[in-house]
Design a protein around this ligand. Structure first.
Ligand code: GLC
Length: 706
């Protein structure tokens, strides 16, 4: 590689630092062919498909002076052609192994289509569901988020990303993007060093430890320094402290946006600031290509900085084997995309992402001999929304919606299905409302499908009011007034502030945007063929803007009945549905929590055991969760922190002792300088089936041995 680097002109070096958006109908932008031939196009995003990739790649490999291959990238977030549930849905399964398997399928399809790099996993911690991009990650918690970050990096990259079914992963958006003010996308972020260290960094650190090849710098300003020009996060932390040896790509034009931030007075200064801070590759904006020659000539940017950036990118191109095997195999692509076994996995993932939020009066599961079922709500037949945002090269025609799955079941002898859209997320006319009521009146039971469309979720889709859009609540009220067995199915990309639904509806099944097999998965749950076992990865608030995440600080005046305590006058305290919450069709009981020791030194471990018993009528899966609380520390700690979880599947009547081993990492915290600290003191340990309640025990952390 050094030999190649030494032969490169400055223009060719800058070419490797440039990624352009190649999307256009039919394949790629024709002007990119010439750039490729001149060796000025190191990478593209959105160009995919073996034939298309090969045509552009040929221009670079066979048409340019040095033949350096292009690195083709795409947002393969939750599937390439086989679309899995959105990442927040997958996180509801609390099953990182499953996420690794779906990421591996996504990688296999993407690699077959000529891609060798995805801009995933998105590992931003998100605690404000007004932020539309909460859909793309693993929710509010650093421990769960870290488990998913590791799993997805392994799934995409495997042990060797040069394998024909693997691709480079990208930990994004570095860093703090999910803490945008008011949940408004792209807004400023103010985070303390302690919050960065203990909440927002951990999933990125987990991705790094899993070997993630690349990072993506974010759009947001962080404490006054935009993350795409932030030398502290990009170099001091990411490289010097953590030893990251891969490369950083900017977000879409986020380098040029340093000007709009009011951080750089010009594109040239934006280029200098971003590159010297640690952004090796510029996505779409062209400040590097347009200014770095002059900046090197003027001495503002040392050539060595450019050489190191090029070196980091070329290193991965060599490791990927792109110089030896630059082309995709069209036959392999045809044989790989949308394989039937991938749909089977999509079904499994959709089932496991289901969260039973409420089920009173035994409404669910519907009886097997149900004669007729009315389906109300246009989301029930919205193929596009079922795929959610960032749906890759998924095809709406491949989606089996809830309505389609119910009609298929009817053909096989299932209940007679009737349907009324009842308007849509933008509104409902009185006539549509009346038609929905008429339809429901004629059926023995009703499923009301509520939520938001995929367009109301994802990037640039923040919502200030996160109740049900349109008149969906009116539709629900009118249907419930009929007094029939009624279940609500939620299709959405974020936690919603739906206190009325939570009160009025006897049964609520959260199905998120479940991907290609969303419909069959929901139907299987509605009729009890599967037991919903998901748990919320992010809390549902009572009110828009209410901090409902579980890991909050106690404050000096924790919420209580006294007036002068931390609460709202007009919004209940706590979550509507808390982090970790999820019911089952059976019932589980936890008992007999034991600790191997009631005291611990920082270099020791403690094992806790608990008995889990299925005391309900049928088999099911519980997610046993372990939380820790540090009762007094030199920096105040959250009232709970997740430190362990296990899925436990039991037949009815079966019981099992489950154990967790906790080391010092469960009882300490990162200090502002990054050093991990475990302090002596009293801790509480909770073991339960959500972030509230559970069995409790105490533990004393002793001072380290002298
Ligand atoms: C978008 C997103 C980022 C994505 C990139 C390329 O604006 O912020 O997550 O990977 O641009 O599409």
């Amino acid at each position: 590689m050094e030999t190649l680097l030494a032969t490169m002109t400055l223009v060719e070096k800058l070419g490797q630092l440039q990624q352009l958006d190649g999307f256009s109908e039919g394949g790629f932008r024709k002007e990119h062919l010439e750039l490729a031939r001149q060796g000025r196009l190191g990478s593209t995003l959105n160009v995919r498909g073996a034939r298309v990739v090969n045509e552009l790649q040929r221009a670079a490999v066979e048409g340019s002076r040095l033949g350096i291959p292009i690195l083709f990238a795409f947002d393969v977030i939750h599937g390439y052609r086989t679309i899995f549930p959105v990442p927040l849905a997958e996180a509801s399964a609390w099953d990182p192994d499953l996420a690794e398997r779906t990421a591996a399928v996504a990688a296999a399809e993407a690699a077959a289509a000529g891609l060798k790099w995805t801009f995933a996993p998105m590992v931003d911690i998100a605690r404000d569901p007004r932020w539309g991009r909460i859909v793309e990650g693993a929710g509010e918690d650093p421990f769960l988020g870290s488990a998913y970050a590791r799993a997805r990096v392994y799934g995409f990259q495997g042990k060797d990303p040069s394998e024909p079914d693997k691709i480079l992963a990208c930990a994004k958006h570095w860093v703090g993007y999910g803490a945008a003010e008011g949940g408004r996308d792209y807004a400023g972020v103010e985070l303390s060093a302690s919050s960065l260290r203990n909440i927002y960094y951990p999933p990125f650190r987990a991705a790094l430890e899993a070997g993630v090849a690349t990072f993506m710098s974010a759009f947001n300003d962080l404490n006054g320094v935009p993350t795409s020009g932030n030398a502290s996060t990009l170099t001091s932390v990411l490289r010097r402290e953590w030893g990251f040896s891969g490369f950083v790509v900017s977000d879409y034009t986020s380098v040029l946006e340093l000007v709009a931030h009011g951080f750089a007075p010009s594109g040239a200064e934006a280029a200098r600031l971003a590159l010297t801070a640690g952004v090796e590759m510029e996505m779409v904006s062209r400040t590097y290509a347009e200014n770095l020659e002059n900046l090197v000539t003027s001495g503002a940017v040392p050539l060595s900085v450019i050489d190191e950036a090029v070196r980091r990118i070329l290193r991965w191109k060599f490791r990927l084997g792109l110089f030896d095997h630059p082309y995709a195999d069209e036959q392999r692509e045809a044989e790989t995309l949308a394989r039937p076994e991938f749909r089977v996995l999509a079904r499994e993932a959709a089932v496991r992402s289901l969260v039973l939020l409420k089920n009173e009066g035994g409404v669910l599961p519907f009886p097997k001999n149900l004669r007729s079922l009315a389906v109300i709500g246009s989301l029930a037949d919205d193929r596009l929304s079922a795929m959610g945002s960032w749906s890759g090269d998924g095809r709406a025609d491949d989606v089996l919606t809830l309505l389609a799955a119910l009609r298929a079941r009817e053909k096989l002898g299932g209940p007679h299905i009737t349907y009324a859209g009842g308007g849509d997320v933008s509104g409902t006319t009185d006539a549509q409302l009346a038609e929905a009521v008429r339809t429901a009146k004629r059926a023995d039971a009703v499923t009301v499908v509520l939520g938001e469309s995929a367009a109301q979720s994802g990037e640039a889709a923040s919502r200030a009011f996160i109740g049900l859009p349109g008149r969906q609540l009116d539709v629900l009220r009118a249907i419930l007034a009929l007094g029939k067995p009624t279940a609500v199915v939620l299709l959405n990309g974020r936690p919603l502030a739906i206190p009325e639904v939570a009160t009025l509806a006897p049964a609520i099944l959260e199905a998120w945007f479940g991907g290609l097999e969303s419909g069959p998965a929901i139907v299987a749950a509605l009729f009890g063929e599967v037991d919903p076992s998901g748990k919320l990865p992010a809390a549902f608030p009572h009110c828009s803007g209410q901090p409902a995440y579980y890991g909050r600080k106690s404050t000096g005046r924790p919420a209580g009945t006294d007036k002068y305590t931390s609460k709202y006058l007009d919004c209940p305290d706590g979550a509507l549905f808390p982090f970790g919450h999820g019911l089952s069709y059976t019932t589980f009981a936890l008992a007999d929590l034991t600790l191997s020791s009631q005291s611990l030194r920082p270099d020791e471990k403690v094992t806790l055991e608990v008995e889990v018993r299925n005391v309900g009528p049928r088999a099911g899966t519980e997610v046993v969760q372990v939380y820790v609380r540090d009762l007094a520390a030199s920096r105040t700690r959250p009232v709970r922190e997740l430190k362990g979880f296990q899925r436990v599947s039991l037949e009815t009547g079966e019981h099992r002792r489950v154990n967790f081993t906790l080391g010092a990492e469960a009882f300490g915290f990162y200090q502002d300088d990054g050093r991990f600290l475990v302090e002596p003191g009293q801790f509480l340990i909770y073991v339960g089936n959500s972030s509230i309640g559970g069995l409790e025990t105490a533990l004393t952390m002793l001072p380290a041995r002298p």
